[in-house]
Design a protein around this ligand. Structure first.
Ligand SMILES: [Zn+2]
Length: 430
């Protein structure tokens, strides 16, 4: 309460003739959204299920109610798109006229069809017994070259793991994107003739982010507030409960995003354009944030406040939150400065070993240079409810949650107002 009035003073002094009530972050609003999303009726909000569609409709109605604008290119608040689900149908490899046995070949491809009939169709790479097969394979997957790897049989164990992984169905946002890698376990040979055939069946699956906008005076400077609204759905029953409600992960973050949208919308027109995004499929590999990042120029995103699991107080006590990847831009420092003299404080992520910077949607935008950080408060290393059916609203500290939303509103204020601009993240280091 204290912080809201302190922060709103200069603003409302400037336009007090409007005699508008001072906006505040309201705990009742936060709890209402949190309760709705973590209710059993949402069935754990798993991507591609009716539960998440219900959650999307609920959030779209919230954005409508607040009076947000829709994001450019979207008809309403749903940012709908598809991913391709690939299932291996056929896979054969023959080299110099001899067919390679099933247990000795693997293929990594995101294409519906792959056909190599000429040694010039790929580069040949030989992995010897002393080479680091794993490192070489993953480097290729991050590159853009089509390669056939001949792998020394001494690497059989690791090869088996890769083969098992690659033969499972997979989902891709961009069908056919990236390099093709075919791995053959066996002694290297000179290749005079080759025939590689891979066929995947492809099914399109629909999903949607929920995105709302408060247009600012500067249309090309965007401040993004985000969280993910998907969760993991049904799990093994514990005491008759099989729904992983994801109250903390990440209905808490979504409740924050919705309340921040309402809060900022009640103020005068912001200097910067504010975008509020509820991402889908975070738990499935971040398809929602990936698709979102392709629908705008990431250079225009001045800051991304990604909110993750803020329903439980962190190890530094109440009125504190941490910021992942604190040193990768000065966004965290700017937030600290913005709340100086208040009860709130932000500090660097205390669990560097958990790689939290990479474990949420912020990483997708950070790879594009955006100062994109997650704000969180839950002790992830000891939390017993994380990804369990016990992640229920009853386990959360609702005062703490509301105070954290207040802290984020306060911490983001100078950036929203255009008075502060975080340094960019170096994508080469992400
Ligand atoms: Zn999460």
């Amino acid at each position: 309460m204290k912080i809201a009035s302190v922060l709103s003073l200069p603003l409302f002094a400037a336009c007090s003739f409007l005699s508008v009530a001072e906006p505040e972050i309201d705990q009742e609003h936060v709890v209402r959204v949190l309760s709705a999303l973590s209710a059993d009726s949402m069935e754990g909000r798993e991507t591609f299920t009716p539960g998440i569609e219900k959650a999307a409709a609920f959030l779209a109605a919230e954005f409508e109610d607040i009076g947000l604008s829709s994001f450019e290119g979207n008809a309403g608040f749903l940012q709908s798109f598809h991913v391709s689900s690939l299932t291996r149908e056929e896979f054969t490899v023959s080299i110099n006229g001899a067919e390679i046995a099933e247990e000795n070949r693997a293929a990594a491809t995101t294409s519906e069809r792959l056909s190599w009939t000429d040694p010039a169709d790929f580069r040949l790479m030989v992995v010897g017994p002393d080479d680091d097969f794993g490192a070489m394979f993953f480097e290729l997957r991050n590159g853009d070259e089509d390669v056939l790897m001949f792998v020394d049989p001494s690497h059989r164990d690791f090869f088996e793991r890769i083969r098992g992984f690659l033969s499972r169905p997979t989902r891709r946002l961009d069908l056919g994107a990236g390099p093709n890698t075919v791995v053959v376990l066996g002694n290297a040979a000179e290749i005079s003739s080759v025939d590689v055939q891979v066929t995947n069946s492809v099914e399109q699956q629909g999903l949607a982010n929920v995105v709302g906008v408060i247009p600012g005076r500067r249309a090309d400077e965007i401040v993004l507030f985000s969280a993910h609204y998907d969760h993991i759905g049904f799990s093994r029953a514990v005491n008759g409960d099989s729904i992983s409600n994801g109250a903390n992960d990440d209905a808490s973050g979504i409740a924050a995003v919705v309340e921040l949208a309402r809060y900022f919308n009640e103020m005068r027109r912001p200097e910067r354009t504010l975008v509020f995004a509820a991402f889908t499929a975070e738990e499935m590999g971040g398809f929602g944030s990936s698709y979102f990042s392709q629908q705008l120029d990431p250079d225009q995103i001045v800051s991304m406040f990604n909110i993750e699991m803020i329903g439980k107080p962190g190890i530094q006590g109440p009125n504190t939150a941490w910021i992942t990847g604190f040193d990768r831009s000065d966004m965290g420092e700017l937030m600290q400065r913005a709340v100086e003299g208040t009860v709130f404080s932000f500090y660097p992520d205390p669990y560097p070993d958990q790689n939290l910077f990479y474990r949420s949607d912020n990483a997708t935008l950070a790879r594009l240079g955006v100062p994109a950080h997650s704000i969180s408060t839950t002790a992830i290393d000891v939390d017993t409810d994380y990804h369990q059916v016990s992640d229920e609203i009853e386990t959360l500290d609702l005062d703490h949650l509301t105070n954290t939303v207040r802290a984020i509103a306060a911490g983001a204020r100078t950036i929203v107002d255009g008075d502060a601009t975080p340094t960019r993240v170096n994508p080469e280091e992400v």
